[in-house]
Design a protein around this ligand. Structure first.
Ligand code: 1GP
Length: 249
């Protein structure tokens, strides 16, 4: 069941403790800029480039972005879709995610069913992932109709994570929302780590090494960095994060 990309991710985590993934939004950005960002992110040491976005509704554009990135980098390009329009045949794998705390079944199982045959046809490696939005959740909170878990209730996050585990999801992504001002707290990660031995991804609002370190120490396996990459001169900051979170636990 476990594919080559998942094995690669697990190996990198066993070597480094916590690893970083770069998230590139496929919308409103030139291919030239995307190439530059992807290459620089790889040079900083990220282990994968994620491509997605909760409002990415142009599958042709998304596919072009995947191809542009694939030409530039050696690390796997993994889809992080917010909808059925987030599927490209040219990626290495897809985070096959269910937004567990959505109020709308479309985001829990329906989009997944609609996309499933395309994924099979393209031979994409599907990585089963529970996606949980904490707090207001920014754009994905709104688009995905998430009933955001109150950030001061780590036990509710643990409860959803345990449900993901029992449903066979090997990955869980704790999302604060892209570009939010505060990332999720390390106390949530500690609580979740107690009951979840799968791959724990954390994203949303991570821009500073000090924050990233706390999340890594608490037990995050993968930190996803998106908005930081849209700033000029992100390279030293990303490099500092990638290096600074290694082997802290
Ligand atoms: C969004 O968690 C990711 O899905 C990344 O968030 O853009 O805030 O880094 P940022």
């Amino acid at each position: 069941m476990m594919g080559k990309i998942e094995r690669y991710i697990r190996e990198e985590i066993s070597k480094d403790g916590t690893v970083s993934f770069a998230l590139i939004d496929s919308e409103d950005i030139s291919y030239e800029k995307i190439s530059e960002i992807a290459l620089n992110a790889e040079r900083c040491g990220v282990k994968s480039i994620l491509v997605g976005g909760s409002t990415a509704i142009d599958p042709f554009e998304l596919d072009s972005v995947v191809k542009v990135i694939k030409r530039k980098v050696r690390v796997p390009v993994i889809l992080f879709p917010g909808n059925v329009t987030g599927i490209s045949p040219n990626a290495d794998a897809i985070l096959f995610s269910s937004l567990l705390n959505s109020d709308n079944p479309y985001f829990i199982t329906e989009a997944q069913a609609l996309g499933a045959f395309s994924i099979k046809k393209y031979g994409l490696e599907a990585i089963p992932m529970g996606y949980i939005v904490i707090g207001e959740g920014g754009t994905i909170g709104f688009i995905g109709r998430a009933r955001g878990i109150p950030p001061e209730k780590p036990s509710l996050v643990a409860m959803y994570t345990l449900a993901a585990k029992y449903m066979g999801m090997r990955f869980v992504y704790l999302e604060a929302g892209s570009g939010v001002t505060s990332h999720i707290s390390s106390s949530i990660i500690t609580k979740v780590r107690d009951i979840f031995d799968g791959i724990l991804i954390v994203g949303g609002g991570i821009r500073r090494l000090e924050d990233a370190k706390k999340l890594a120490k608490a037990g995050a396996d993968i930190l996803v960095i998106g908005t930081l990459l849209e700033t000029e001169e992100f390279v030293p900051k990303l490099k500092e994060i990638v290096e600074g979170i290694k082997n802290l636990r």
